[in-house]
Design a protein around this ligand. Structure first.
Ligand code: NAP
Ligand code: G4F
Length: 337
């Protein structure tokens, strides 16, 4: 019997890579799809399987993390062996504009899902997508023992989700784990996160379609890894004998300015000629430096990243240049209700 998994956030960057990984391992993958007035399945269209296909291994279910009853009903029907809770309002700057919504969808939904596990009475393992944003002002390098001091509604919501996951493990003996992932990027990264905003702008400026790029704080330090490698770590956490929490990171640091230099120089452009400052991209409270210490994941999960920031910038710029050359506007979809 092949294993089954349920992924919230399956239409996001990580959800799409994780679905691919699990399908390649022979899983039947169920994904939570939220209703949108425009297509939101672009990242998973290439693995879509219509209801007409016999023996589907990739199945989408309408639902929403804010609807706890729907989650109970879905889990009771699907009875997955593994649950990956990746769904979230995941943009830090936006969380300052939508603090209640973010607290609900990114924070409280973790309880909804964990309660849905209990209410449906299923025997399963759960991965919670925790974040290095929880560390906030705690100085780097950050590891599993570093205290949390979140600096945004998003970071606070993730800290709530983290502790809720720990509590359900301790209180009810659930196999529930936190992956504390540092920033990870890819050509599928949302267009408003800084790396993708930069790689997309580089491609457009090179093609003569854009004059300049407006950004906020260029001095922030981040530990940027490659998303396809990070979803492998998620899966490994659920294959362990005992549930535990793990930091996942490269351990290498770069500033936004350094990422600009890497991305623009890859197509022989000088970033200083194109980048302008827009204070609206600053956060009311910023996280200055995140650099992870993933030695526990290396030791216990045998997980090690191979793509570093220079290669990452190259991968992302090349992908955006190719996307533009192919004339793809970003919508290339196939859906089924
Ligand atoms: P992402 O691309 O923003 O994807 C978020 C996913 O959540 C999307 O599928 C989105 O659906 C879904 N979602 C949002 N609100 C929902 C709701 N109310 N009900 C159901 N689904 C909802 O995020 P990501 O980069 O893949 O990250 C995956 C998870 O890891 C998130 O929880 C994020 O906070 C966390 N994380 C990410 C990083 C990183 O660097 N990428 C680092 C640490 C932790 P739509 O497609 O319909 O919007
Ligand atoms: O790309 P960002 O928006 O990512 P941020 O805030 O680090 O959050 C991401 O990583 C977290 C893990 O630590 C995840 F949990 C979270 O879901 C998300 O995936 O911003 C990175 C840095 C920040 O310091 C920001 O102030 O870039 C700086 N920045 C400068 N100009 C900008 C911009 N960020 C964005 N999004 N847009 C700008 O114009």
């Amino acid at each position: 019997m092949s294993k089954s998994a349920f992924i919230t956030g399956v239409t996001g960057q990580d959800g799409s890579y994780l679905a691919e990984l699990l399908l390649s391992k022979g899983y039947t993958v169920h994904g939570l799809l939220r209703r949108s007035s425009s297509f939101n399945t672009e990242r998973i269209d290439h693995i879509y399987q219509g209801p007409e296909e016999a023996q589907r291994s990739f199945i989408l279910h309408y639902g929403d993390l804010s609807d706890g009853v729907a989650l109970v009903n879905l889990l009771r029907d699907v009875r997955p062996d593994e649950i990956y809770n990746l769904g979230a309002q995941s943009h830090v700057r936006v969380s300052f504009s939508t603090p209640l919504y973010t607290s609900d969808v990114t924070g409280l939904s973790t309880v909804r899902l964990l309660e849905a596990v209990r209410a449906s009475g299923i025997d399963t393992r759960l991965y919670q997508a925790s974040s290095s944003e929880m560390f906030g002002t705690s100085p780097p390098p950050q590891n599993e023992k570093t205290p949390f001091h979140p600096r945004s509604p998003y970071g606070c919501a993730k800290a709530f989700g983290y502790w809720t996951t720990v509590n359900y493990r301790e209180a009810y003996g659930l196999f529930a784990v936190n992956g504390i992932l540092f920033n990870h990027e890819s050509p599928r990264r949302g267009e408003t996160f800084v790396t993708r905003k930069i790689s997309r702008a580089v491609a457009r400026i090179k093609a003569g379609l854009q004059d300049c790029l407006y950004l906020g704080n260029l001095n922030a330090v981040r530990d940027w890894g490659y998303a396809p490698e990070y979803v492998e770590a998620m899966w490994r956490m659920l294959q362990c004998n005992e549930p535990d929490d793990y930091v996942v990171a490269t351990g290498e640091a770069a500033t936004v300015k350094q990422f600009l230099e890497l991305a623009f120089s890859h197509v022989d452009l000088d970033w200083t000629e194109f980048v302008r400052y827009d204070p609206s991209y600053e956060r009311p409270s910023e996280v200055n430096a995140l650099i992870g210490d993933a030695s526990k994941a290396q030791e216990k999960l045998s997980w090690k990243p191979s793509v570093r920031v220079q290669e990452l910038a190259r991968i992302m710029v090349d992908a955006d240049v190719a996307l533009l050359a192919a004339g793809l506007s970003g919508q290339n979809v196939r859906v089924s209700a």
